[in-house]
Ligand binder design. Structure first.
Ligand SMILES: NC(=O)c1ccc[n+]([C@@H]2O[C@H](COP(=O)([O-])OP(=O)(O)OC[C@H]3O[C@@H](n4cnc5c(N)ncnc54)[C@H](OP(=O)(O)O)[C@@H]3O)[C@@H](O)[C@H]2O)c1
Length: 428
């Protein structure tokens, strides 16, 4: 039997699929129990089609998506164009036409996944997207299959390679944010508009998807608070190091008594934490669960071959199920009522960097403000004054998100105090 595939887009990831089909054909065919054939590839225009043909790509390139959507011979549509539109419209039409769909499009799945998953279920077809979270790390299938008997309590992740590359340069080599961004762009890790990577948006998309697989809850993207790396200063990096921490952009999804909390934010990780040594463009997902305990899944979060490997694994799984005549099961069967955590229930330690006048009695003033919100200090560091201003760094004991908001408002209300930065601190 042959399973026919229509590719939408032939960019970085899509053009890695033929490599795997050629180099690992025997194993893929055995696992799929079918031959896999890419019968049509959608590209934008004739110019692109001619360019790809001239470069030796021997595919049936088409420029009208309907040639794929209306082709009854095509079983699986693989969307690798990225962005929301027209990917959303094309995937919807493919599912409506009864085709199975594979995608790596985290932006789309985090914001419109619910409706696409429901449509796939309605039509009895498969919609798989392993590559959408952490590219080459097979984390979604691991959560859905291998951890099915376990109860996940928290997922922490270094989920964005671009920002992690930048943070590694800032931490290990003392680079400024601007220098790190410039190099990331020169190396092709960051796009000319790096907003999604550096503001934590891309990692927040992944947190939405991880919360479905880890906790069975589908969060709206807006329910994931995200703060990026743009405000981290060399001073923050130096203080973190002095106190035994490494700063990284960390996605954090956890279940507390009242529900689920998800956020992406720069986080102080103790140097001994496994995530602290995830450097450069690598990604890792650290799972805390009641059965296994702690486990970490580490690997390349992006790149042509790693990402295409995850995409191809989805294709193989679908082909096999077509052959076994049990295709159409949801990628993730764990679903329960979504309950958002009460911020008063979500606790963490925090780092505060506060500029105060370089006069006597400032630590006492700060202590009174924190004390009024029932917050105590774990560590306090006063840095050498710069002119009239001294920087006080505080690591608190655990406080709730509500306390954090309240104490920040109280500090901001003091005219001669400036809260420079506030970051979460992970315990040992
Ligand atoms: N790259 C990675 O390492 C990685 C990792 C994980 C997930 N992903 C996801 O994988 C997907 C593909 O990423 P990629 O890096 O391969 O992107 P890419 O290199 O930009 O490739 C996308 C291709 O699709 C084409 N395209 C866009 N709109 C189209 C349309 N309407 N019709 C036909 N072709 C169209 C683009 O053409 P133009 O260039 O002319 O626009 C481009 O050739 C994205 O959803 C991305 O988020 C990528």
């Amino acid at each position: 039997m042959t399973v026919n595939i229509g590719l939408l887009g032939f960019g970085t990831v899509a053009s890695g699929i033929p490599f795997l089909l050629q180099e690992n054909g025997e194993k893929i065919v055995a696992a799929s129990r079918s031959d896999l054939e890419i019968t049509k590839v959608l590209v934008k225009d004739d110019e692109e089609k001619n360019r790809l043909l001239a470069a030796g790509n021997d595919y049936n390139f088409v420029t009208d998506v309907n040639e794929i959507l209306n082709d009854s011979e095509i079983d699986i549509v693989v969307e690798l164009m990225g962005r929301i539109e027209p990917a959303r419209t094309f995937i919807t039409s493919a599912l409506e036409a009864g085709k199975h769909v594979v995608s790596a499009n985290k932006d789309l799945i985090a914001t419109h996944g619910k409706e696409l998953i429901a449509l796939a279920q309605d039509k009895g077809v498969a919609f798989y997207y392993e590559a959408a979270v952490a590219g080459g790390i097979p984390i979604l299938r691991t959560l859905a299959n291998s951890l099915t008997s376990d109860k996940v309590t928290r997922i922490l992740g270094v989920l964005n390679g671009t920002s992690n590359f930048m943070m590694t340069k800032m931490v290990d080599e003392g680079w400024t944010y601007d220098a790190a961004l410039k190099t990331a762009q020169e190396l092709g890790y960051a796009e000319s508009d790096p907003t999604n990577d550096v503001e934590g948006i891309d990692a927040a998309y992944k947190a939405v998807i991880l919360s479905q697989f880890g906790f069975g809850m589908t969060l709206d993207f807006a329910a994931v608070s995200h703060k990026g790396i743009t405000t981290i200063t060399p001073d923050d990096v130096a203080v973190a190091q002095e106190l035994g921490y490494v700063i990284k952009l960390v996605g954090d999804v956890r279940e507390v008594e009242s529900g689920i909390s998800a956020e992406v934010a720069p986080t102080f990780l103790p140097k001994g934490h496994p995530l602290a040594s995830v450097n450069g463009v690598m990604n890792a997902v650290f799972v805390e669960s009641i059965g296994i305990g702690e486990s970490m899944y580490y690997g390349p979060g992006a790149g042509q071959k790693p990402t295409a490997t995850s995409v191809a694994a989805d294709i193989v799984r679908i082909a096999r199920r077509i052959n076994d005549k049990n295709v159409g099961k949801p990628f993730n069967e764990f679903a329960r009522e979504t309950k958002l955590a009460n911020p008063a229930d979500v606790f963490a330690k925090y780092y505060f960097a506060i500029d105060v006048p370089d006069k006597k009695g400032q630590i006492l003033r700060l202590a009174e403000i924190f004390n009024a919100q029932n917050i105590s200090f774990e560590q306090v560091l006063q840095q050498k004054a710069n002119g009239e201003v001294a920087r006080v760094v505080i690591i608190t004991h655990e406080l709730s998100q509500t306390q954090l908001e309240d104490v920040t408002a109280d500090l901001n209300a003091v005219a001669d105090f400036t809260v420079v930065n506030t970051f979460k601190v992970l315990g040992d």
